[in-house]
Structures are given as C-alpha cells and as structure tokens.
Ligand binder design. Structure first.
Ligand code: GLY
Length: 465
C-alpha cells in the first residue's frame, strides 16, 4: 500500500516520537523545524530549517514536495495558524486552525467558551484585563488561587498559591507583572485540590478516539518541587487508566472533551487534530485545568511507544480528512515510563552546550526508546549536545510500571554527562502518595471548606469546590 508523503512540523521529543511511528508505517517523511534533531535527521528525506510558525513558507515547501499529509507538533505552530496555511494548499492536516487553537493559545477564550457552552469541569475563574480589577477578582474567588497568563508560556507561566507564591499580595503582584509585560488578559482561578492527569484524543472533526491516560511530572525537581517545566517525565499504566483515576472519572473527562468538540462545531469550527485535556481529579470529579490543541510532550512519548495497530499514517490521514476509523487506533496493554534529561539549571537558568554520551548498543539491548529533543549531534557517534530545553528522553515499556521504571533507571546508567533528571518519576513511593492523597480527599465530608491560609482575622465564609 502506498503511504502518504508526510510533513512533520517541529523537531522536539514529541516530533521525534511521531517521526518514529510514521517511519514504522513507511511514510516518506519531510521535517520542518528550527534545529537538526539527530533522530529526525536520520528519518527525514528532506529537512527544512525554519521557525515552526512560518506557515506560508512551510506550506509552499510542502506543496513543492507533493506532501499529502501534514502533522503539527508544537503549540507555537498550531497557535500561529500553520494548519490554515497548509489546508489552503490542499494538504490534509493534523492540527486545528488558528481559531480553534485558541482553546490553548488563549486561556481567557477557553474559559469563556466553556462557560458559554456550559461544558462541565470548569473551575471558578475571573479573566482580568486591567490591573485595578485584580484585587476584586481575587476577593471574589475568596480562597487560594492560581494565576495563569492567557497565552502560551511553554508550560512555565502558571503560578499556584502555596507553591509558587504564598500571599494574595504576591500572587497579585505576579498577575500585575504579566498584565504589564504580556499585554493580554490574565486568568485567576480557584486553586482546587486533587491530582493531575492528561487525556489526549484523536479528533476528526466529529469523532474522538481516546489514548491511554498519562501522568505528567511538571515540576523541575524531585519531590515535585521547583518551578514548572514543559514536563520532566511521565508514565502510563497497563490498563490505560491511572492508579488514582478509575474508569468512571476517565469517562467523565472524555465526555468533557466530546462536549468541547461539539461546541466548537456549533461555533463553526471543525477540529481535526489531537485534543488534550489537562485535568485535575478532585473529590467531586474531573475539572479541566487547560486544553492543549496538540499532542502532549512528554505524554506523546508514552502513548506513541505503545501504538499498536495497522498503520499510524492511515490513522492520521483519517484524522486529517474527517474519516477516523476506530480499527486504526490500538495501544498495547503495557506500562510505559518516560524520563527527560535537561541541561543543568533548566528551566529558569539553563546552561546549554554540554555533551552527553549514550551507549546506544546498551540502550537497545535494554529495549529503551531514545527520543531526541532540544539536542543536536555531537562531535562523535553516540554524542549529543544539549540545547537550553529538555534534551532527550528515555522511554521504557514493560508489563508493569515498576519494571518499566527500573528499566529506564538502568538505561540512565548508559548516559554520561552533566544533566538534570528526576529519578523519582513513576516510582512506587510517589505514586502511592498520589493515591493516598486522592483517597483522603474522597473520604473528606462533601463540601469541605477551603480557607485562604494567608488571610488574617476572622475565618472567611466557606468556599465550596
Ligand atoms: N506535558 C504538558 C504539555 O505538553 O503541555
């Protein structure tokens, strides 16, 4: 069977994993991205050096190469409307157009959209455009809150009270800085209690096909400390659920995504691509923290490693042409663990340029998948030079999470150099803590009031989650 000539936009770890899955289905691969990812360089027939936002240039290059399918990786490409430029050239594309991509690129749009369409899972929020309205918005939330820049921040802009700031004043000062520097609204939201999980689904405009649930580790340091990052690693379980997310909660989360796709259609936007819900499971069920209009990174590395059906290129073509077939969607019933290696100082003060040496033979023997991200080929075989973001990922697959995790740790012994990695990702101790926290939350009497710990004076009236 002839495979579609496929353009991949982006060159991080997620795109390398996409490239490997497409190469397995023997699709001729064309890559457009700003640096030469060593893994994609090996897989690509041709490589266009370009910013991922350059829609017109990418689309005309794709057309000149007779590309028949395009897949967008990074949020920046999706938000910039690269899908619109590709579709204007008649190229079926996995990725929504600029208007629907606002679900991710504008948090104030996303919250108003959920409210307008009465989509469940919406936390209490205030979208604020003027600094003088900030104190009033925080007072209305009347409890611990979260500050979110409306636009894209590579996962690093959200500040949570109790972790990234303590007092209401500190949170408002951060929100004020965002308003001044970014010239866009800032969203304040109630801080909910629960555990995060990621649910991604293929969407062909109408139908959704869910992928296994993934838990992402966003904080830079072990113990879930330090600043937020794009994600230091992740795991998925053999049953495609998570130890603290039962099927009923997964189904509720999927229903939220389904409602969202229907509401987009009602507003005249057809969504073809991957829709990713970043959820918080609370004692009252899943709440949608954010939409992403693309595959997650690192989540894509987990699920694509498990992809097990006839043909990935056919599946993506179905997404892009509005003819998704569930027989094309299949994931092995196995557990996966991903750990990213980042340069020292990541994310706030990364020191790029360090060389990392991999014993690729040993990693292959361990059946570890290696995905390159912000890294370029080093001076000798098996060496890569780290850039300023997450550099490369090791992914282990096994019949149980603890085996996959142990395998990745064994793999890390074959990777020499100065890098940051979180050894605690997917370890039993961390997962147990999350399960216990969730059990504790569920066992609390309903409508447990949350009080703002930073307030002084008499206790505020209870706030109901
Ligand atoms: N892992 C979070 C993201 O892809 O946005």
């Amino acid at each position: 069977m002839r495979r579609p000539r496929t353009l991949l936009v982006g060159c991080g770890g997620r795109e390398h994993a996409l490239g490997v899955a497409l190469a397995k289905s023997e699709a001729p691969l064309f890559v457009a991205g700003p640096w030469r990812n060593p893994g994609l360089t090996r897989l690509a027939r041709e490589y266009l050096d370009t910013p991922v936002e350059a829609g017109e240039a990418i689309a005309s290059w794709a057309r000149s190469r007779s590309v028949e399918l395009a897949v967008l990786g990074p949020d920046a490409a999706v938000a910039a409307g690269v899908a619109d430029a590709l579709r204007a050239q008649g190229i079926p594309t996995v990725g929504p157009g600029k208007a629907a991509a606002r679900l991710e690129s504008s948090k104030s749009f996303a919250r108003a959209f959920m409210e307008k369409h009465r989509i469940p899972g919406l936390p209490r929020y205030r979208s604020v455009e003027r600094a003088e309205d900030l104190p009033g918005a925080a007072a209305e939330l009347d409890g611990p809150f979260v500050v979110k820049p409306s636009g894209l921040t590579a996962g690093k802009g959200v500040w949570v009270q109790g972790s990234d700031f303590q007092s209401t004043e500190e949170g408002l000062a951060y929100a004020r800085r965002l308003l001044e520097q970014r010239r866009e609204p800032v969203v304040l939201e109630e801080r909910l209690e629960g555990e995060e999980f990621s649910l991604m689904a293929f969407v062909d405009g109408q139908r959704l096909a869910p992928m296994p649930l993934v838990q992402d580790y966003k904080r830079a340091l072990e113990g879930n400390l330090g600043p937020n990052t794009g994600g230091m690693g992740s795991y998925s379980e053999r049953d495609h659920l998570l130890p603290f997310v039962p099927e009923s909660d997964r189904d509720q989360a999927l229903a939220i995504l389904e409602r969202s796709v229907r509401a987009l259609r009602d507003d005249g936007m057809e969504y073809r691509g991957v829709l990713y819900g970043g959820f918080l499971l609370t004692a009252q069920g899943p709440r949608l923290l954010e939409y992403n209009a693309r595959f997650g990174d690192p989540e894509a590395l987990n699920v694509l490693t498990l992809f097990d059906s006839t043909d990935f290129a056919d599946l993506l073509l179905g997404v892009a042409t509005g003819s998704l077939e569930s027989s094309h969607v299949g994931f092995r019933q196995r557990a996966t663990v991903t750990k990213y290696l980042a340069p020292p100082g990541y994310p706030n003060a990364p020191r790029p340029g360090g060389i990392v040496r991999l014993d690729l033979g040993a990693l292959e023997e361990l059946a570890i998948s290696v995905y390159y991200a912000s890294a370029t080929a080093g001076p000798r075989p098996g060496e890569v030079v780290l850039g300023s973001s997450r550099g490369l990922a090791l992914v282990g697959e096994a019949s149980a999470r603890h085996e996959a995790e142990a395998r990745v740790e064994e793999g890390l012994r074959e990777v020499r150099g100065d890098y940051l990695v979180r050894h605690d990702i997917a370890k039993a101790a961390d997962v147990k803590l999350r399960v216990e926290r969730m059990e504790r939350l569920r066992s609390l009497p309903p409508f447990q009031p949350e009080r703002n710990p930073t307030r002084s004076g008499p206790a505020p009236p209870p706030v109901f989650v």
